[in-house]
Design a protein around this ligand. Structure first.
Ligand code: 13P
Ligand code: SF4
Length: 329
């Protein structure tokens, strides 16, 4: 959490019980020329009130183009930070600054810098799920939508460090034939999916296709019928003539899948531990409509990025956006 933020991570002011939250949020948005961007892993009511819902790449693309004065990023901290890095003159808020990311946490900038120094001459490719300080050490940022194409934009013999997600890294190595050196990080949600339970579900629903995010472990990716970013999975499910899908990614995506495909059936892949909702990202779910309202009304908690770090971190993000634009992603 940023030092300038409210120590609680959000403003804990009770919202009046009789307040029409949707109307109040929409009124504040107009009054302040604010835009609400939401990731597919947000709870349904937040996705529904957002001006734009998308995956990590699309959120960065939107943030870089918006003319709003205020961006409220309903997602996790690194997404707000990416928006602030791209738009230093805008004010950027995340409704609850405690919305971190286990994957970003698995890669501390000091340790990553040491790793890079141990491997001179390597190009450094980082997943967008990283802190600004890690991005500042990076040559080019990727998301799960463009990782393959960006890796392939380098000649095949280029030595590459890829961090921090080992599952996305392994998967990208397997589809590109590269042998990138991988940072050993992972996401606590995607690592939790149970192969055995997915196999059981497949037996129960032999007509279902398995959709998996590349942050999942390789045995799950091996049995998946389609692998891709949240946007790619949504797109595939929408275009597919198939009617039933088992979805191995954070279950928030089911909201948009169901909305776009009311006649299809989406079954969330179960986690190993059936006593907890491990297919929900505990960080993503910290944002609520009440916190979103308070955030717009009181303009707290705000994202700040140290200018020296921002100037370094913006380059690999812009490089990603340029390559993605050229490739029509
Ligand atoms: P995408 O938005 O690129 O699909 O990534 C999912 C994710 O884990 C975001 O934190
Ligand atoms: Fe991070 Fe995983 Fe949550 Fe995505 S789902 S924000 S990678 S912890």
């Amino acid at each position: 959490m940023n030092d300038n933020a409210n120590p609680a991570g959000f403003l804990n002011i009770p919202v009046p019980k009789d307040l029409d939250l949707k109307k109040a949020i929409n009124d504040l948005k107009k009054e302040k020329n604010a835009v609400i961007l939401a990731h597919y892993y947000q709870q349904g009511d937040i996705q529904d009130i957002a001006d734009f819902v998308g995956d990590s790449l699309a959120l960065a693309q939107w943030a870089s183009k918006t003319t709003a004065d205020i961006i409220v990023l309903c997602g996790v901290h690194f997404m707000g930070e990416t928006a602030k890095i791209l738009c230093p003159d805008k004010r950027v808020f995340v409704p609850d600054l405690n919305a971190g990311c286990s994957l970003a946490d698995s890669c501390k900038a000091d340790d990553f810098e040491k790793f890079i120094k141990e491997h001179p001459g390597y190009v450094v490719i980082s997943y967008v799920n990283t802190t600004a300080a890690v991005k500042a050490l990076t040559d080019v940022v990727v998301t799960s939508t463009n990782a393959r194409q960006i890796v392939e934009s380098f000649p095949s013999e280029t030595p590459i460090i890829f961090g921090p997600d080992r599952n996305l890294g392994n998967y990208t190595n397997s589809i590109t034939g590269r042998n990138m050196l991988l940072w050993d990080g992972a996401c606590h949600v995607h690592e939790q999916f149970s192969l055995e339970k997915i196999i059981e579900l497949k037996k129960e629903h032999p007509d279902a296709l398995v959709l998996a995010h590349p942050e999942c472990k390789s045995p799950i990716l091996k049995l998946a019928d389609h692998i891709g970013s949240t946007a790619a999975l949504l797109n595939f499910a929408t275009k597919s003539p198939n009617k039933k899908f088992i979805v191995a990614t954070e279950s928030g995506i089911l909201h948009e899948m169901q909305k776009k495909n009311p006649d299809k059936i989406f079954i969330p892949a179960p986690p190993n531990d059936s006593t907890c909702a491990c297919n929900e990202c505990s960080y993503m779910r910290l944002n609520t409509m009440e916190k979103l309202y308070n955030c717009l009304k009181y303009e707290i908690p705000e994202i700040f990025v140290d200018e020296e770090i921002r100037e370094k971190a913006v380059k690999p993000i812009q490089k990603m956006l340029e390559i993605s634009e050229k490739l029509g992603l």
